[in-house]
Ligand binder design. Structure first.
Ligand SMILES: NC(=O)c1ccc[n+]([C@@H]2O[C@H](COP(=O)([O-])OP(=O)(O)OC[C@H]3O[C@@H](n4cnc5c(N)ncnc54)[C@H](O)[C@@H]3O)[C@@H](O)[C@H]2O)c1
Length: 344
């Protein structure tokens, strides 16, 4: 077993900073040695804040450093395929944020390279590590609700991203709903065999999304290969909270996941009772981001395949691509094949 895993973080934006901070201070067995971002001054700023000794604007600095064991890729989705490939070819284990790649056609190439170079890859589907989703998985696996029949998810975000982000995001099904496609497979223990999706632009201020074939509200109906069905509601315009919920109905009961509260405080007055609501993804999934990184580092230390693999990344990407195709064509789309469970 390798005691210390020397890491680099690539991409120090909204989420990259968070992963870097966790690796610098909270993940046992990890040593954050380099931070990288092409944005002038960003890597130096983060390095100084987190006490990291090396920084650069160039990812090659991490790839060509033989003392680095693993890279954490938190860059725009369109860069993932290239960066994973370069990392793997330089013998680095990879943690990559979702989605695995922007284009489905790149997923197999990336998986082949990871296999050829014999490096591990974990995809950042952090909901699998969220204590509530993880507990639900355990309960379903223990048979508490019988055979899972129906999956339901709502992911509602109120922070509408700016136009430049939407332009490159790949659309609501790829950028947002993909978390629910992954967690659907995880909780149901079945792969998705067909999807039918639809969507709308509900806010006047989001009309610009039409240029990019995107919407601020989407709905995906899923059919699973074991006969179950489900629906995924996805929204960028929730005016009240960052509201993430899931449910599985089985033959013997149902399991509901997610509360919207950030603190367990309730205010009671003669006007009624109130409590706070979670407003953004870092607050809702703070624990999950840390736990997924602990899992990645411990998998690399032990030389074990992590739980959320590149094959899982491809499976979710296949569902997202089919959902996008269905939204654009108005037709149900069959997934070409059941995803192989490879050893990546
Ligand atoms: N799991 C989640 O809940 C979650 C949440 C948000 C974002 N994401 C994913 O994380 C990734 C990054 O998203 P974000 O919101 O942090 O983006 P962001 O735009 O805030 O940050 C991206 C950073 O990457 C840098 N960058 C660009 N090209 C680079 C390169 N070649 N090498 C190194 N750095 C580079 C940019 O300068 C920027 O600082 C995306 O793939 C996104 O889908 C996941």
């Amino acid at each position: 077993m390798k005691e210390v895993i020397r890491c680099a973080v690539l991409g120090l934006g909204r989420l990259g900073y968070w992963h870097a901070e966790n690796l610098a201070y909270q993940v046992k067995g990890a040593e954050l040695v380099t931070v990288i971002d092409p944005l002038a001054g960003r890597a130096e700023e983060v390095a100084k804040e987190l006490g990291v000794s090396n920084w650069s604007q160039d990812p090659d600095v991490a790839f060509h450093d033989d003392t680095i064991d693993a890279v954490v890729i938190v860059t725009p989705t369109s860069t993932h395929a290239d960066l994973i490939t370069r990392a793997a070819k330089n013998g680095k284990h990879v943690f990559v944020e979702k989605p695995l790649t922007q284009e489905l056609s790149d997923a197999d190439k990336v998986i082949n390279t990871l296999q050829q170079e014999n490096v591990f890859c974990q995809v950042g589907f952090m909901r699998r590590f969220d204590p509530a989703y993880a507990e639900a998985k355990k309960s379903i696996a223990a048979g508490d609700i019988g055979k899972p029949l129906y999956f339901k998810a709502a992911s509602r975000d109120g922070n509408v991203p700016h136009e430049e982000f939407i332009k490159h995001s790949g659309g609501i099904f790829l950028d947002v709903a993909i978390h629910d496609y992954d967690i659907a497979r995880f909780l149901m223990g079945q792969d998705v065999s067909s999807v039918q999706s639809t969507g709308s632009i509900l806010l006047e201020s989001n009309q610009f999304m039409e240029k990019y074939n995107d919407v601020d509200q989407g709905l995906t109906y899923l059919t699973f290969d074991g006969g179950a069905t489900g629906d995924v509601e996805t929204m960028r315009i929730a005016p009240y909270a960052y509201d993430i919920r899931g449910e599985v109905v089985g033959t013997e009961g149902a399991i509901q996941i997610g509360s919207m509260r950030s603190t367990d405080v309730k205010l009671l007055t003669n006007k009624g009772s109130t409590h706070d609501l979670i407003q953004d993804f870092p607050s809702r999934f703070q624990n999950a981001y840390l736990l997924e990184m602990i899992h990645f580092i411990s998998s690399v230390q032990q030389g074990k395949t992590p739980n959320c693999t590149a094959a899982d990344g491809k499976a979710a990407l296949e569902i997202a691509s089919a959902a996008t195709e269905s939204f654009l064509s108005g037709k149900k789309v069959e997934l070409k094949k059941v995803i192989e469970k490879t050893v990546i």
